[in-house]
Each structure stands twice: as structure tokens, then as C-alpha cells.
Design a protein around this ligand. Sequence first.
Ligand code: TRP
Length: 375
Amino acid sequence: MNTASRTTDPVTSADGSPGALRHDALALSAAAQARSAVLEERLVDDPRQFRVLTGDRPTGRLHLGHYFGTLLNRVRLQDLGVEMFVVVADYQVLTDRDIADDPTGYVEELVLDYLAVGLDPSRSTIFTHSSVPALNQLLLPFLSLVSVAELGRNPTVKDEIAHSRQSSVSGLMFTYPVHQAADILFCKANLVPVGQDQLPHLETTRTVARRFNDRYGAGAAVFPQPDALLSSAPLLLGTDGTKMSKSRGNAITLAADADETARLIKGAKTDADRHITYDPAARPEVSSLLLLAALCQNLAPEQVAAGIGSAGAAALKRTVTEAVNEHLAPVRARRREFAQDRAYLRRTLREGNERAGEIADTTLAEVRTAMKNHY
Ligand code: TRP
């Protein structure tokens, strides 16, 4: 996505009130980075202070970009002892397309990816957004807390609208940050692992929480104002040299087998210089392949480059293929096992949905009490 277009928005709303949504991307990002460093320390000291919510829209199989970008981090947080909620955001597939093709199939693929990388349903609650009615009911009071002008200024929404394949902007797309606020606040999560582009959304969640507390809390905080935990994961390019993406056909998925992986990497874009060096600015495609091998082998990309030297792109691709296939072998083996056990998969979601539903019911009851909706 184009980040340059996101930095030009005004900092405050027209009334300049302190509660206004701030969308200065650079300021947000610097502050969030500093804050994330502090949070990382606290996570290790006292993981039980934290409840994390993260999730994905079920639009296809997850790939290496997701794996190194977010999935490993979720498993790390889970293993630290943080309480984890993972939303399979099935309703929200409709933000940038008219219909969700094969919702059930994609949900199951996504959950298989989660289980394969090591998310453990006894410690992490995995649930589908559409199955938790009380979560979705939070949307109505939450929508009353933000203005149309504020939503219109959200730089990530603007960016997504600019790149949308749809001919017009749906209300769902326009209100997306508020849906995320409901996803996060229903379980009172206080920590949300995000990439840079999600910071404005999280700012909306914080604003919704603060305004709800101010308006209805009578001095008590009904909702926490969740923190962003910025990931330091490097950006992986796809095999065509552009951002790795489910929809671009340039992604190596977790579910792919070793042969398919070899074929994809064989077709990857490189350049004419036989001497392999790590130089992300001048040689983005070669460098991204080196980075991929390095992440898989737990080495620095420069070390991988030195090992290949002047052996050329074919040798680089052989190295990357071996590294990826070896690293993913246990993940893929687990994925195949879980894929055999559909009953377990369905039970995982049923239990996750039940647990999320109970928590959402409790939160909605508190919200109704705070709003004095007693009938
Ligand atoms: N926006 C995420 C995606 O497009 C999925 C998501 C939905 C999410 N609700 C969330 C992520 C709340 C973090 C917090 O994949």
C-alpha cells in the first residue's frame, strides 16, 4: 500500500477538542514505537496483565508474509502466557468485495493455518465474528460516538477506498475502524499487535473507549484504551517483487507443498548480476529472497548472500527453496494432520465461539446498564 498518501491529514478535528481523532501518521508511529518497547518489557515481566486481540479476514490461505509478520508473534505472546483472542473476521470479508465466496472453506483454511503454526485453542480463543451477536450489537452505541467527518479522515480507510475494486464505498468499508473497535473492546483487550497502517484504526478504538467511558461510565472505566504493539517484522516481497499478498498470486502459502514452493521460487523475479549481495534498496527482489532464506535459517541475510557469492540466481533460488521447505516442514506436517480431523476443527470453533459469546454477553450487559437500557 502507498504510505506517502497517508501523512498529509490534519491533526485535529474541526473543534480541536482533545478527544478528537488524531491521524498524524508520523507522530502516531513514533509514539507507538516508543510505547511498544516499554510494553515488550512488561510483557516479559508480567504477561498476565495483558489480553490480546488480533485476527484476520478469511480471504485465502496465509503465506510467509503473515507467518513472519504476525503469526510467529502471536504464538510467542501465547507462549509467554498472555491471554489471546483471535477473531476470524468473516463478516468483514465484505469490506472490499460484494460477496464472500466460500466463507466456510476459507474459515476452515484459516483455522488450519492457526493450528499448524502453534496457536493452541486451550490457551487462545479462536472465534468467528459472525457467530457472536453480542459483539456485533456493540456497534450501534459505538457508531454514535464517532462523527462522519472523523471516519472520513482515517488515512487507512482513505487508502483502502482509493485501492478498492468496488465501484462505490460501502457503509461497511467506511465504518470499518468502528467494527474493529467492537472486535477489540468486546473482550476488553488491552493490547493489539498491529502493523503501521493499522495505527489509525487503533486510534479510533481508543477514542471510542474513552468517549464511552466519559459519556456513560459515571467515573468508572467500562473499557480499557488498548495499546498498539507494533511489530518489528520486516516486509517480505512476493515472487514478483511486489508486496506478498493473498490476491496477487505471488505468495508462498503455508499450505503449499514442497514442489509447489520450488516452482514458485524458481519463477521468482531476480536481476542480471550473478554476484549475490544483500542490498534492499538497489536489489529489492534478490534481497527479499535472501531475507526469506535468512529468516528460515535464523541467519543474517548478508551471511546467506556470502554463502552464495557468484553462483548466481539459480543457486540463490535453490538455497531459498531448501530453507523454506525445511523450515516449514513441521508446520506443514501439522497442518496435514489437523486437516484430517475436521471434527476437531469444528469443535475448536464451537468452543471458541461459545467462550467469545459469553464474554460478549457480559460486556453487552455492562454496556446496557451503563446506558440505562433496563428493559
Ligand atoms: N483487519 C484485519 C484484517 O483485515 C482483521 C481484523 C478484524 C482485526 N478485526 C480486527 C485485526 C481487530 C485486529 C483487531 O485482516
